[in-house]
Design a protein around this ligand. Structure first.
Ligand code: WTA
Length: 655
């Protein structure tokens, strides 16, 4: 692994994990996908994906399944045309399912809304008509920063319907982060809300977007949903209320087909260096894989299941497994606006009980939080409707996996630990619940039609029991099509590491166990994973050095029992700056303002020196040893080997 290896040491106990859980016979017998799919996917990958693409309605059939001639720029379902939104909405209504609830929306303060597929069609049509009235045309970019309210989903689908490219920015991101994303994509419209409910109280949202849009000349209009009724500042001519513009629109809208490779959305994610990358996804291949994986991995039965994914639409999981996967499959799902402990720590279990949720998909960090709150809380609710549990976002430690199965899944439900990324667009490695004998902590095996390998530095596949880098050695339908406006960065970031072999470098470490199953070990680059959110060490370092008192900063992700990793910053103050009691708080708050509260360091340690190699590279490995209270590792490559002593002694005298 590299010097900056971000491997999560909490997973060291993997080698001793040997529990295996076979699927129940009745579950396997009724499962959507059986073991034969693996052979089909390998025997003829393109034929396999063509069959999955037939899950969708195409206006024009494709001429070629995959065009990889210009690798790493892929084209899937070449020549095919479809409308993504019509596939998620209209066709279900046309099939007579208009009365089926698409979304049981649950507001944090207790309000709720049941939206049928027929309602969804009306709302998306009205929104599309409004966006057309605002002069937007296919290919234009629309930024969306919204809480988890139905209008967020209407907005995404209206964009898809019109061939507009949405760029959803997580509600917790700062105005600076929103501004840079709007600028990078040159968005013409921003959709937001006056405020949002968070932890039982209304909090402003438009204040944040106003700060961003004060400096974004590309934005012509800001469309504002009234959610909390709080005071907002208003810019006449630019700002428009949703209820004034959308509500009066016609309830029908004719969807036009778009090319399979028409851009669907951009989603920004942290990379190792520089600004966040605008990951670009397109239409036909993306929807095919989002739809198929949702059907296969969750064993989805749209007639009877009630599905709930707890992600936010600001992340890829919300895109693929709240909006596009589930809606293309016509299932009924729960969408919850708020925090899991508002008004009490049993809120999720109460929602599962009330709506008879049968498939629940969440993140390890939340499972560990539930563990902290205590098993007696889920025990108070009737969770017997659950039949599949999912996990995503970071490696799940075996203890959390077992707790999840015992306390939420009644020792009965299969758990699918799904590995994928913003870049992969959809799930890549995961058990199939009716086939796989699951192992706590392992994502296990590439899905049918997908190929993944663990390789060494040279790109040679390691043997059973061996560890190395995770690569994807075959193109897949929902793969990113590039980084918005930066083809070179796309090639460099993902395809240069194993250029001769044509492997996609995922940035994750992984190993095979004795059966050849894959265990993910965390990032091998400078990307941290905090509560399943990707944040790069460089981003936080830049935020810190932008503060006038900071001379230099080095940031590491230290293992954390709840959040997976916690951000620990080592900061050298400028000569004249004297640390006092408020310095640490000021710097933590500064990072929250610059990037967003999710990036707020868990600890800021003021030091006099940083450990560097002779070439000036900061040795984060050593800082991580300090942050995790371990004995300091090998310091022989340090330019000045006394530095670590200085840091350790300095810390002891300040704490
Ligand atoms: C990590 C989230 C282990 C991994 C869908 C990846 C995981 C990054 C898992 C992508 C998992 C996600 N097991 N690690 N099941 N799922 N990761 O782009 O490091 O927000 O590279 O996509 O999360 O994060 P992203």
């Amino acid at each position: 692994m590299t010097e900056q290896s971000g491997q999560t040491p909490t997973l060291d106990n993997l080698s001793t994990e040997s529990r295996v859980f076979a699927p129940a016979d009745d579950f396997s017998a009724a499962a959507n996908v059986g073991a034969a799919a693996y052979e089909q996917g390998t025997a003829d990958r393109e034929a396999f994906w063509a069959e999955q693409a037939d899950r969708l309605s195409w206006d024009t059939r494709w001429e070629r399944v995959l065009d990889w001639d210009d690798a790493p720029f892929a084209k899937w379902f070449v020549g095919g045309k479809l409308n993504v939104a019509a596939n998620c909405v209209d066709r279900h209504v046309e099939a007579g399912l208009g009365d089926r609830v698409a979304i049981h929306w649950v507001g944090e303060p207790g309000d709720s809304r049941a939206i049928t597929y027929a309602d969804l069609l009306r709302e998306v049509s009205k929104t599309a008509n409004a966006l057309t009235e605002l002069g937007l045309e296919a290919g234009d970019r629309v930024a969306i920063q919204m809480p988890m309210i139905p209008e967020a989903i209407f907005s995404m689908l209206a964009c898809a319907r019109l061939g507009l490219v949405h760029s959803v920015v997580f509600g917790g991101f700062s105005s600076a982060a929103l501004r840079s994303r709007i600028d990078d994509a040159q968005a013409r419209l921003l959709i937001t809300s006056d405020g949002q409910y968070r932890r039982g109280a209304p909090a402003p949202m438009k204040d944040n977007t106003d700060e961003a849009t004060a400096h974004t000349p590309s934005i012509e209009h800001v469309l504002v949903v009234r959610r909390t009724g709080g005071e907002v500042k208003w810019t006449d001519g630019r700002d428009l209320w949703w209820h004034e513009v959308v509500d009066r629109q016609a309830e029908t809208h004719e969807a036009q087909p778009f090319d399979a490779e028409h851009p669907l959305f951009i989603l920004y994610t942290s990379g190792t260096t520089g600004n966040p990358k605008g990951i670009l996804h397109t239409s036909g291949g993306y929807l095919t894989q989002a739809s198929y994986t949702h059907h296969a991995v969750f064993d989805l039965k749209p007639e009877t299941d009630v599905y709930w994914c707890t992600a936010d639409i600001g992340w890829i999981t919300g895109h693929s497994y709240i909006v596009y996967g589930p809606l293309s499959n016509g299932v009924t799902q729960v969408v919850y606006e708020g925090t899991p402990n508002t008004p009490h720590e049993g809120r999720h279990w109460e929602i599962i009980q009330e709506h008879k949720v049968s498939i629940y998909y969440t993140a390890p960090t939340l499972i560990r939080t539930f563990m902290k709150w205590g098993a007696d809380i889920p025990a108070r609710y009737d969770l017997s409707s659950l039949r599949v549990l999912g996990s995503v976002g970071e490696p799940i430690n075996p203890e959390a996996w077992i707790w999840y199965r015992e306390n939420v899944g009644a020792n009965r439900t299969p758990i699918v630990d799904t590995w994928w990324q913003t870049e992969t667009g959809a799930i890549m490695i995961s058990p199939l619940p009716g086939v796989t004998h699951t192992k706590p902590g392992s994502a296990q095996r590439a899905l049918p039609g997908i190929s993944a390998k663990v390789v060494d530095d040279q790109g040679v596949e390691v043997g059973k029991g061996g560890g190395g880098y995770l690569v994807l050695d075959q193109p897949w339908p929902s793969m990113l099509r590039g980084i918005w406006g930066d083809n070179d960065r796309y090639r460099d970031t993902y395809w240069s590491r194993f250029a001769d072999l044509g492997f996609y470098f995922a940035g994750d470490g992984a190993k095979y166990d004795a059966d050849g199953d894959i265990w993910l070990l965390g990032r091998v680059d400078d990307v941290m994973n905090v509560s399943g959110h990707r944040i790069s060490t460089t981003e936080v370092e830049s935020a810190l050095v932008s503060h006038p008192t900071v001379a230099e900063a080095a940031v590491v992700g230290a293992s954390d029992p709840t959040t997976g990793q916690g951000i620990v910053a080592f900061v050298i103050l400028r000569g004249s700056a004297k640390p006092d009691d408020s310095t640490v708080k000021t710097l933590r708050d500064h990072v929250a303002t610059e990037i967003g509260p999710i990036a707020k360091p868990r600890q800021v340690l003021i030091v006099n020196e940083l450990p560097k190699t002779r070439s000036g590279k900061i040795m984060r490995r050593l800082l991580r040893d300090v942050a995790e209270n371990r004995a300091i590792g090998d310091t022989t490559t340090l330019a000045d080997s006394a530095v670590m002593d200085l840091i350790s002694t300095g810390l002891k005298s300040t704490t």
